[in-house]
Write a protein that binds this ligand. Sequence first.
Ligand code: SF4
Ligand code: SF4
Length: 425
Amino acid sequence: MGKSRGSLNCSPVLALLRGRVPGQVVIQYTDRCNATCPQCGMRVTASFPRSKLDTGAAKRIIDAAAAKGVQALSFTGGEPLLFAEELIGLLKYAGEAGIPYLRTGTNGFLFMHADSQAFSGRVHRLAEQLAGTPLRNFWISLDSADPSLHERMRGLPGVIKGIEKALPIFHEYGIYPAANLGINRNLGGENEKFTPGQAEQDPEEYRLQVRQALRKFYRFILNLGFTMVNACYPMSMESQGEAGLSAVYGANSVDQVIRFSPGEKLLLFQALFDVIPEYRQVIRIFTPRSSLYALMRQYQGNANYGKPCRGGRDFFYVDAKDGCTYPCGYRGHENLGRFWDLDLRRCNTGDACRKCDWECFRDPSELFGPVLDFFRSPWHLAAGFMKDREYGRVWREDLLYYKKCDFFNGRKPFSSSPKWSNKNA
Ligand code: SF4
Ligand code: SF4
C-alpha cells in the first residue's frame, strides 16, 4: 500500500511521541434500521431518506485509514447487520489492510424467533462468518434490565431469549460479544423508571435508585451469558444544541427517555462510578472510571476538567448519507471532506473540545490523555497527577484493569474472572 496523502504513517508509539494518539475512525455504514428505539433518530418509524455507503467508497476509506496509520475502525449504523454479507467482506478487507482493532455490532434482530427451526442454523452461520474475519469486538445493544421493556423499546419481540441462546454459539466460535447499554430512564425496568425532577428533589435517593438499576442490569447480562459490557452515555440533542453542536450521527433524540438534566447526568455518572468496581471482577467493563471522574468534575462546574477530546484530531466519524468525514458524530457544521483527502498532520489544532459526552471518543481520549502527557514529559504527567491525586489513582487503576482484561479482546474469554453463578443474582 502506498503512502497516503496527509499520512502520519507511523507506529502507535511514534504517534504518541509526536503528540498524537492512535487513530480511530467510526464509519456509519448505513442509517437504515429495523428497530423502534425512542432514544434514536434512526428508528424505523422516523421518516427521512435512508442511505448506505457504497462498498467501493468504504474500501477506499479503509485503504486511506490503513495508510494513515489508523488503528481502530468501527462499522456502525443504523443496523449494520442489515448488510451482513457486505460488512463481513469489509471486515476482512480492513484486516488485510492491517487495521488491528475492528468493531461492529447489532440490535440483535437476527436473534428473534429463538424457537424457530431456522434459529440455530442462522446464528451458527453468522458466528462462523464473523469468526472468519479479524473482528475484535462485537456488541449487542441492550436498553433495560427488564426484558419485555427492552423488547418493546426496540420493537424486537423475543430478542432477549434469542440473545441468551445465541451467546454460547458465539462463544463456541471464539467471539465474546459485549452488551452495549444505552443509558436511559427505563434502565431499571417498568417500576423503577428514573422520573424527571426526582433528582432535584432528592439527589441521594436518585443516585441510590440508579445504582440499584445498574446492579440489576449487570446481573441481568451476566445471567444472559455476557462476559463484556460497555455503557453509552445519554445523548440528547437538546443539550447538544445549547453547546453549539449539530448532530451528523442520528443516534440521539429529544425523547424524554434519554433527556437528562445536568444534575441528573452528574448523578448517573456518580452511580456508574460507584457500581462498576462491584462487577469488574466478574465481567469486563469497558467504561473507564477516570472518564466518569472527569465527566463528574465537569458536571460539578469545572468545565475544563479532564483531557480534551481527540475528535477531529485523531478520531473521526464518516457519515453514511454523504460519505464525508466529520470530527465526530456531533460537529455536523465541520465537514472535513473525503477521508482519503484528509491531511491528518494538519488536524492536531484548534480549541480543546469537551462539548458532549459521546463515550466513543471521550472515553479513549481520557484514557490516552495521561499517556500523551507522559510522552510529552514524565514531569508533565506527574504534575497532572499531583494536581488531583484521586484522578491519578483512578486512571492507574483503569490502566491495570484494562491490562488484566487483555485490552478487551473480544476474541478471548474473560479467563481471570471467577465463575458467575446464578446464585449471585
Ligand atoms: S439505537 Fe440502533 S437499533 Fe435503535 S433505532 Fe437507533 S440505530 Fe436502530
Ligand atoms: S467532545 Fe468529542 S465527541 Fe463531543 S463534540 Fe467535542 S469532539 Fe465531538
